[in-house]
Ligand binder design. Structure first.
Ligand SMILES: [Zn+2]
Length: 310
């Protein structure tokens, strides 16, 4: 028997269809997007968890593959025991040395399956291809494919993969770390996330070596396309202008996120974790991540050029 569908549900469905059409029509580009205030409204849709838009991971991976072919990336498969493999894309000139290390940039996304904006942003960054010329790039667009398929934060074993980088209990994180260990050290790393409870965009910086920071540039740029969370405390940590610089002793933390492994195992000099607010439309979150990343990488390249000037 047909159930009567409320007008509200029909409106919601149409809005979602419109968003997805809008996203597809943009392809990898943001250039055609007109800044419309309706996209900047907080929706308060997420209650008790993420209830927003879903994406098709195969479409994202196919998009990365196409962009990778077009722009000269090498694709690598990261096999995971008994599970779906992970995919990575690399574009590197393969030069060694200290300066070269600083040129190397690592970007990951999709470790939490209920955060679709990161994988879409990684695809879009590859498609737009606006990287500073001298950077070598490593991109892993989705670290939790099963979670993404089910719109679930955790991995297939039911625990948070982004707390597994100290003890490596899950096949996904073990495979990812084994792959990372075969890569050279990075200058800077970026982990793309979302937060369904956040009032606006915010950023973590782990910078134990006091490298020149790109945090302010990143946040100032994001503020033009997405509201920032300006709370003095975010996730229980002091914050300023959307920036959290956690003071942590990694030895005291029983569970490590990916960014900890990268920085405290000495594989990245500095790490940024970008958190887009899931209560805004997917397009706003993707745009926040993409424009923030592009600004941060330009700033990193300028700082790097200053550092190695004769
Ligand atoms: Zn996350």
């Amino acid at each position: 028997m047909w159930k009567r569908v409320s007008r509200r549900a029909v409106r919601r469905c149409r809005r979602l269809e419109g968003e997805l059409r809008f996203l597809r029509s943009c392809g990898g580009g943001l250039g055609s997007i007109v800044c419309d205030p309706k996209w900047m409204e907080r929706r308060f849709r997420n209650r008790g968890g993420y209830l927003g838009e879903r994406i098709d991971l195969q479409e994202v991976w196919a998009g990365c593959e196409g962009a990778g072919r077009k722009h000269g990336w090498r694709q690598e498969t990261i096999p995971v025991d008994g599970r779906l493999s992970l995919l990575a894309w690399i574009r590197s000139q393969g030069v060694s040395g200290d300066v070269s290390r600083l040129r190397r940039v690592y970007i990951s996304a999709g470790i939490h399956g209920d955060e679709p904006a990161g994988p879409v942003a990684a695809w879009r960054l590859m498609e737009r291809n606006r990287w500073p010329e001298g950077l070598d790039l490593w991109v892993v667009p989705c670290l939790n494919p099963m979670g993404l398929a089910q719109n679930r934060r955790e991995g297939p074993d039911g625990f948070d993969l982004n707390r597994d980088y100290r003890h490596l209990r899950s096949p996904e994180v073990r495979a990812h770390v084994a792959w990372l260990e075969r890569q050279p050290d990075f200058g800077v790393s970026f982990c793309l996330h979302e937060d369904w409870e956040a009032a606006g965009f915010y950023l973590y910086e782990l910078n134990p070596h006091g490298m020149p920071s790109v945090a302010e540039t990143l946040l100032e740029t994001v503020a033009q396309v997405c509201p920032l969370d300006l709370s003095p405390m975010i996730e229980g940590r002091p914050a300023q202008g959307g920036l959290i610089r956690p003071v942590v002793d990694p030895e005291l933390r029983p569970e490590w996120p990916e960014a900890f492994w990268l920085v405290y195992r000495g594989r990245a000099m500095v790490s940024y974790t970008l958190e887009a607010p899931s209560d805004y439309p997917l397009e706003v979150r993707v745009r926040a991540l993409v424009t923030g990343m592009e600004a941060a990488l330009q700033a990193w390249w300028v700082r790097l050029s200053d550092m190695v000037k004769p």
